[in-house]
Write a protein that binds this ligand. Structure first.
Ligand code: NAP
Length: 496
């Protein structure tokens, strides 16, 4: 693995700094990152709490056929641990899992993880966080970094009769590898990124695939070439090439990020054109029209695939657009009265995206609970800090940049910012720091206004939208996020 110049340490380690004990919650991509950066900053007194028995987060949990990351692997990498080893432009989930395990081993993170013990509660008492786990373990820490993930809690569909199904039924994030799908009649509910990847991976293995589409998706075509041994050797010999590739990909995603936050931009028209041209490759005009969305491309999270339209035209595949009426013992009945007989039913129905660090019970200053503060919806200043909850920081928290980006790049910028806040605590400028309510209100008001100009507000149903129909994401260009993360504006902070 090689170092990228962007990976400079973020905080001072001056002698005389106040010793701080920290807890990181979650040993996925962001938790591993936090552990590495805390150590580099000289904050070595910490534990990473992980409820599962393996690290890896989303890449541990999602093992469905076809799982890959549709952000190029050379960007979906830690900037300080670039690797020449990626097999493909978009590598598979198990390869990403191995990469995370390797980075955790290289940086000695594993020994810092307390596996199989779920954090149940956090209570701010006497200026510190009292942490309690399911196993009855207690810890008292100065700083908590919640790296609990966004797309984590499976959302099961409310389908009548689901419990009556006699075949195997499971959510895509709980894939049951004991269940035979070769030669089986498989139903997949959903047409998001997950369902599209599953469809491409299994269509030629099953006897029949019924893809239940409630809403058509725009799909952008992306080939997924393998890197040759010669290319990998070249990356090995010339690590500077890896760093240059990372920067180039990051810039390309920056262009995409600028496009989606300005629905009227020419770049957005270009993306829409690419999606239309991809759809035009569908040979049967009737199928093509059933696959055509009635909203703008990238309004829902843009689906990226090398093969979806080919897969859905495979003789084994059937696109079902008739709404699901109910599930029965032997299959799915659609509203036209037809029974689609199935052996396996895969629910690729997405995630509950408003939980963040909940269901952990979090009690902040003066006994105020996070459930109360977030009763309407989650919010956080710059997606990181919540008024009244000092020294608690989130990675990939509410309203941050999500979607078609590298969440690793996002988390790295956030960690750098958080460590500068922690420096305030170390330097004895204060013992408690969190955003002021006024800063959060102002941020939220500006965010809601900016969100109106984004592609996500142009008229579709998606997991980006909150209960008011406002996108729960960063509505400005990525450059602005980068600039905000460079250094905290301490005027937005209450320090005690
Ligand atoms: P999703 O995008 O939320 O899609 C869920 C699908 O299930 C939608 O098609 C939805 O239909 C359908 N659905 C939900 N409830 C239904 C019901 N009761 N009846 C019929 N259909 C129902 O979920 P996802 O595909 O798991 O993806 C979630 C996110 O994970 C992605 O947007 C992406 O951010 C991430 N992801 C990333 C990658 C990657 O390669 N980087 C891969 C997979 C996932 P409607 O559209 O009508 O609501």
């Amino acid at each position: 693995m090689s170092d990228h110049p962007a990976s400079a340490p973020h905080t001072s380690r001056g002698a005389g700094a106040r010793p701080l004990r920290c807890a990181v919650i979650g040993a996925g991509m962001a938790g591993i990152l936090a552990a590495i950066k805390l150590t580099e900053a000289g904050l070595t007194d910490f534990t990473v709490y992980e409820k599962a028995d393996r690290l890896g987060g989303t890449w541990r949990e999602n093992t469905y056929p076809g799982i890959a990351c549709d952000v190029p692997s050379h960007l979906y990498s830690y900037s300080f641990a670039l690797t020449p080893e990626w097999s493909h432009r978009f590598s598979a989930g198990d390869e990403i899992q191995r990469y995370l395990e390797q980075v955790a081993a290289d940086y000695d993170v594993r020994s810092r993880i307390r596996f199989g013990d779920e954090v149940r509660s956090l209570r701010f008492e006497d200026g510190r966080w009292a942490l309690a786990t399911a196993a009855g373990h207690h810890d008292t820490v100065d700083v908590v970094i919640a790296a609990t993930g966004v797309l984590h809690h499976p959302k099961l569909p409310d389908l009548d009769g689901l419990a009556d199904f006699r075949g195997a039924a499971f959510h895509s994030a709980r894939w049951d590898h004991e269940v035979e799908i070769d030669g089986a009649r498989v139903g997949v509910v959903g047409t998001g990124s997950t369902a599209v990847q599953i469809t491409g991976a299994i269509v030629d293995r099953v006897a029949h695939l019924s893809l239940f589409q409630r809403t058509a998706q725009w799909v952008v075509q992306q080939e997924n070439p393998a890197y040759s041994d010669a290319e990998r050797s070249e990356f090995q010999r010339e690590p500077a090439q890896l760093a240059a590739l990372y920067d180039e990909l990051s810039d390309q995603f920056g262009v995409f990020a600028r496009a989606v936050v300005d629905a009227a931009s020419p770049e957005m028209r270009f993306i829409e054109q690419a999606c239309r041209e991809n759809l035009d490759t569908v040979r049967d005009p009737e199928l093509r029209e059933r696959l055509r969305p009635d909203y703008r491309a990238a309004c829902k999270r843009l689906v990226v695939s090398p093969n979806f339209y080919e897969a859905i035209q495979h003789p084994n595949a059937e696109l079902v657009t008739e709404p699901i009426e109910r599930v029965e013992a032997t299959g799915v009945r659609t509203r036209d009265g037809r029974l689609h007989e199935l052996d396996v039913l895969v629910l690729a129905t997405g995630f509950r995206v408003d939980a963040f660090l909940r269901p952990i019970r979090v009690v902040g200053r003066d006994g105020v609970t996070l459930d109360d503060v977030w009763a309407d919806r989650p919010s956080a200043y710059l997606s990181i800090t919540i008024p009244g909850f000092p020294n608690l920081f989130m990675l990939n928290g509410p309203n941050g940049p999500v979607g078609n980006f590298s969440l690793i790049e996002v988390a790295e910028l956030q960690v750098g910012y958080i460590l500068q806040l922690v420096d305030q605590l170390r330097g004895e400028a204060c013992t408690e720091i969190c955003a002021t309510a006024a800063a959060l209100d102002e941020f939220e008001a500006a965010r809601v206004v900016a969100a109106r100009n984004t592609i996500w507000s142009t008229g579709c149903r998606s997991w980006y939208l909150d209960d008011r129909g406002i996108p729960m994401v960063w509505p400005w260009p990525f450059e602005r996020f980068r600039a905000e993360m460079a250094a905290p504006d301490l005027a937005a902070y209450e320090r005690r």
